[in-house]
Design a protein around this ligand. Structure first.
Ligand SMILES: C[S@@+](CC[C@H](N)C(=O)[O-])C[C@H]1O[C@@H](n2cnc3c(N)ncnc32)[C@H](O)[C@@H]1O
Length: 201
């Protein structure tokens, strides 16, 4: 039996004060509203929200896709408990995307906001996520900061998240191709990292 990912205990510890430590939620949601034309969430989409944390944006996602559904998952029991307590009409799952089978061809969109760098095995996570996408579905990796800022931030925090990085564009291509995905759009700005990857139809 392999040792548990030390990030689980790390995020469990952060869960109670997570919301208070984030930028004001109204600001985050306003930024998502602005980005929505780029994000391309559509009414009727079934969405898998990966690493939902305390569910800060779960309801926003649901509002974009109704009557589509949102399944929100996280491997930190404390984070999932906080997310569930919000009472949002989503399905909540305790799962680890690096090791758990997430099902086949279930989702139009896999939403990874502020989480991808933390996958201890990014190749395995992408394989599981790609399999969970419907043919023609898309994976979205979103950060409301630049790749460089995110990577430096995790190194500064240290501990289990030191070295948790967003790949560079060349590594993305290889990782995605190995999972049967290809880059449809990559936005690298000072204030946003947004990668959209498509699964072959
Ligand atoms: C930085 S937090 C972001 C939470 C939320 N997306 C947000 O923007 O507030 C990353 C979350 O991803 C979860 N996570 C990290 N690796 C994971 C994995 N392999 N499987 C499932 N969840 C994971 C952590 O438990 C944590 O709740």
């Amino acid at each position: 039996m392999p040792d548990p990912d030390p990030r689980i205990a790390f995020f469990d510890r952060l869960a109670p004060q997570w919301d208070a430590d984030q930028p004001p939620i109204a600001e985050t949601l306003a930024r998502l509203d602005q980005l929505q034309p780029t994000l391309g969430l559509q009414a009727g989409d079934d969405v898998l929200e990966v690493g939902c944390g305390t569910g800060l944006v779960t309801n926003w996602l649901l509002e974009q896709v109704r009557p589509g559904r949102v399944t929100a998952l996280d491997f930190s029991p404390a984070m999932i408990a906080h997310a569930q307590a919000r009472g949002v009409e989503a399905e909540f799952r305790h799962a680890d995307v690096c090791s758990d089978d997430l099902g086949r061809a279930l989702y139009d969109l896999v939403w990874c906001m502020h989480v991808f760098p933390h996958f201890r095995d990014q190749a395995a996570a992408l394989r599981h996520l790609a399999r969970a996408l419907k043919p023609g579905g898309a994976l979205l990796v979103l950060h409301l900061d630049s790749r460089q800022t995110i990577n430096a931030f995790h190194d500064r925090i240290g501990g289990p998240v030191a070295g948790d990085h967003l790949p560079d564009p060349q590594s993305w291509e290889t990782l995605l191709a190995d999972a049967g995905l290809r880059i449809a759009e990559l936005i690298e700005r000072d204030d946003v990292f947004c990668l959209r990857a498509a699964r072959a139809a």
